[in-house]
Design a binder for this molecule. Sequence first.
Ligand SMILES: C[C@@H](SC(=N)N)c1ccc(Cl)cc1
Length: 413
Amino acid sequence: MQILSFLIAATLTAGALARFLSPFSDDSTIGRAATFSLKQVRNPKFVRNGPIQLARIYHKYGVPLPDDLKAAVARIRGHAGKRSTGSAQTNPEKNDVEYLTPVSIGTPGQVLNLDLDTGSSDLWVFSSLTTSSQVNGQTLYDPTKSTTANQLQGYTWQISYGDGSSSSGDVYTDTVTVGGVTFSAQAVQVAKTVSSEFTSDPANHGLLGMGFGSINTVEPVAQKTFFDNIMPDLDLPLFTADLKRSAPGRYNFGYIDPSAYKGEITYVPVDNDSGFWAWTSPAYAIGSRNFGNTTLKGIADTGASLFLLPSAAVSEYYGAVFGAKYDRSQGAFTVPCDASAPDFTFVVGDHGATITVPGNYIKYAPIDDAGKTCFGGIQLDTGIGFSIFGDVALKSAFVVFNGGNRTIGWATK
Ligand SMILES: C[C@@H](SC(=N)N)c1ccc(Cl)cc1
């Protein structure tokens, strides 16, 4: 409501109120009907502004602003400075086994390449405290060289991952920056021990968990993830993953890049009770076959390389690939690298949206120098309790992880 019209309305209200409260005023108009008219004049300084006017209606009826409108209003009112966005390139290792993202820790910044992992919630790094025999060329975070590092005395952590790897250590807080977004008191878990899987990968300097805080392993008090900490200051409470096959991809924070995807983003609910970004796909299809009606309950996991599915789906898939087999020596399905591998398509939501994983992505990587036999990009999820939409699936899509309303969005690209 314009200021002038608001004042007029207030005046009218006050006058009416005065008459109601004291019907016996000394007003000389008593006994005669009082009439008057007011000429409205346009406020030349009033500037139309859609989002502001729309926001005022929401405020008038006490309805919270939708995230997009809130962000638009913040930008218009110049509060955008209080909001932030960020963008970080992420780089695949050989065979896309993981994607590493530069992260600055400490003052002055010590840059380590970390695996941003939506399947865990600890930010841990190789450090000057890591057992020297377990270090193999990794960049080490040294808290003694950071003027902003503070140890959480008596705090420890220990984590084990689905692939059998593990690490443990002590806890500091320090300034952490990813893609230009900074949090000044982020829990940084310094490794004192790491398992051989981590020692054997010089390029990987640690993990930055992007799962939910409920599965952070720090004791005696679990610590918030980097995303938990920056979410309130982001333009939008979300991050996006745009992973690519054998090419750099990108994690964006606080905004959705419309040039990064095609068509519409389809959002579905996330069940974070497990601490993971768990969601359900209602159906899948192999190649040009019809969609079945078997749901896939799984997690979107940037920290897992492969696409782990129920045995029925895996058997149906490899049954359609000439020469595919379960190789006991690999403990996994393999396919001839020159095989014609069908696409794997899964449904998102209940309005027909789908994501297609190209068959070539499922001829994951050669297991021999001759390049004749390839490791399958789809493998069994037996014993895990859920499927894993790992990088083989994620790099087939543009994926939005919305921590505000706990949804996950999928789009083709
Ligand atoms: C949740 C992921 S581990 C991770 N993304 N940090 C996982 C669990 C179980 C298996 Cl078998 C493989 C991967």
